[in-house]
Design a protein around this ligand. Structure first.
Ligand code: XMP
Length: 517
């Protein structure tokens, strides 16, 4: 399904972790784009009349024999091209530039010096700025027609271009937030060099996605896995926009939700969004399955499996149900990649991606798979969802199960649920700028000695985590005012039975993850 009337940029994916991030930046610049495999034949691409091509980075070296390649006709197509990292090295190889393996690979921040302003690529970018590098090979000599545009202390050709052919490349990553003016560089390529407008909007995503959903599911009945979070709310609304009554939403109350959430979710979906909702009380069932399981991965897998089983049972009642909608986002996709995959390593089995039984009866519909969290929120607004749902902070599918370290019991659920409600209430009421992206309580397996009244206590340690983030991929701990932390701590200790100590988590991601499990 294509967006025929919007100029399309294709991103040739050479296996980079960051391909989707490039896509996001292109969308942010108001240009429609699609990611395609690196070896997509030019004949297929040209049939779609591409407005520009971007070659992504990738984990391989362009110097090895079987390095991932692209159709050589692309280089002569006359379409503006932008290569990033591996994309630049591949271009270098194809145009006959000299490429060498560095003695020491260059990772992380570097200072970019712009050396040539005959092109608009660096318009608005100061002569010196911070960029993000990640490479083991480097271009050392360019053939005729190509010029070096910028350098760093360790990389003489950090950007290159053939101004006449509109072929450009950067050794650094303009798509990551650590590259200070990366967004401007990509926007300059798209607007000033490729001459593209900036009028593509999330509304167009709705048109495209609903058309794709209709085409995929035909007249079949569709079931939606409602989790209570913003992702499934947006996915369900988008799918219902596409196929209306064919969609039945199933909300499983697994007992691992936050305080009051199960009721709120059902009310919001039925009364505000007017979706077709079946609510299933599966609290006992999940608790029984989780009994005695302490390993985080096992918890995730058990919950994922049980979820699908409940859906399968409910689906029996929805005659003709063939598809299951899930609100999988891009960070879930890359963080759940298996170790065998080239681009990423498995960190957690997100229950909405991994852990699905092999024989699952449904085909998946994942309309948010290409989006980041804040894009999903924007999409929710475009779809007219209430702000309360759109602004809901991210909450993992396995819910409070991954915020209880160790055994999950009804008592321990009660503790983490009550503590979480206090953390949310206090932070929601505080005028913080930036407002933390996510904030919650974790019940640790640690007990410690305390004194309350005149008596000794030996009770639980609750950790509070509050982070700032843009997309959940990286995170910093929120610098909460001390008075706020004090209020949270004293309220938890006083109001939550079984807690006598509170700690604040000051770890960034990486090296930690957002959730403790
Ligand atoms: P981590 O803990 O992996 O979390 O740094 C990154 C973001 O993802 C959320 N998260 C999940 N979301 N299913 C989800 O849909 C899951 O299983 C899951 N586990 C973590 C987490 O809350 C954070 O926002």
């Amino acid at each position: 399904m294509t967006q025929r009337n919007a100029p399309t940029v294709f991103i040739l994916d050479f296996g980079a972790q960051y391909s989707q991030l490039i896509a996001r930046r292109v969308r942010e610049s108001g240009v429609y784009c699609e990611i395609v495999p690196h070896d997509a034949p030019w004949s297929a691409l040209s049939a779609r009349d591409p407005a520009a091509l971007i070659l992504s980075g990738g984990p391989e070296s362009a110097l090895v024999d079987d390095a991932p390649d692209m159709d050589e006709a692309i280089l002569e197509s006359g379409v503006p091209i932008f290569g990033i990292c591996y994309g630049m090295q591949l271009l270098a190889r194809e145009i006959g530039a000299e490429l060498v393996k560095l003695d020491h690979a260059e990772y992380g921040p570097a200072s970019l010096i712009v050396g040539n302003r005959d092109t608009p690529l660096f318009d608005g970018v100061p002569d010196e700025s911070r960029i993000w590098m990640s490479h083991g090979d480097s271009v050392v000599r360019l053939p005729e027609g190509y010029v070096a545009l910028a350098s760093t202390a360790r990389c003489h050709v950090a950007a290159m271009g053939n101004l006449k052919k509109k072929i450009y490349a950067t050794q650094f990553h303009p798509e990551v937030v650590h590259t200070q003016h990366g967004k401007a560089i990509l926007a300059n390529f798209l607007h000033e060099i490729a001459g593209l407008g900036d009028d593509w909007k999330m509304e167009n995503f709705v048109e495209r996605a609903t058309a794709e959903i209709r085409e995929k599911v035909g007249s079949a009945k569709v079931i939606c896995a409602l989790s209570g979070g913003v992702d499934s709310a947006v996915a369900a609304t988008l799918v219902s926009r596409a196929i209306g009554e064919q969609l039945t939403c199933i909300f499983v109350d697994h007992g691992l939700l936050r305080k009051g959430e199960a009721d709120q979710v059902v009310a919001a979906f039925r009364d505000i969004l007017h979706l077709n909702v079946v609510a299933v009380d599966a609290r006992k069932r999940f608790l029984k399955k989780l009994r005695g399981i302490e390993d985080p991965e096992k918890k995730r897998i058990v919950i994922g499996h049980e979820f699908i089983r409940v859906f399968e049972e409910e689906a029996e009642r929805v005659k003709g149900a063939k598809f299951l909608v899930q609100g999988t986002l891009y960070p879930d996709v890359i963080e759940s990649k298996t170790p065998e995959s080239k681009a990423g390593h498995k960190i957690k089995s997100h229950h909405n991606v991994g852990g699905l039984p092999k024989k699952m009866k449904f085909k998946l519909v994942e309309p948010l798979r290409a989006l980041f969290k804040d894009e999903v929120r924007e999409l929710g607004r475009v779809l007219g969802l209430p702000e309360g749902i759109v602004r809901r902070q991210p909450f993992p599918g396995p819910g409070l199960a991954v915020r209880i370290i160790g055994d999950i019991t009804e008592d321990r659920l009660q503790i983490v649920r009550d503590a979480d409600a206090i953390v949310r209430e206090e932070i929601d009421a505080a005028p913080l700028d930036p407002h933390p992206w996510q904030y919650f309580a974790v019940l640790t397996p640690v007990k410690s000695v305390g004194v309350m009244g005149d008596g000794r206590t030996y009770a639980n340690l609750v950790a509070v985590r509050a982070i700032t983030s843009e997309d959940g991929m990286t995170a910093d701990w929120a610098r909460l005012p001390h008075e706020l932390m004090e209020r949270i701590s004293s309220r938890i200790v006083n109001e939550v039975q079984g807690v006598n100590r509170v700690a604040y988590d000051i770890t960034t991601k990486p090296p930690a993850t957002v959730e403790w499990e």
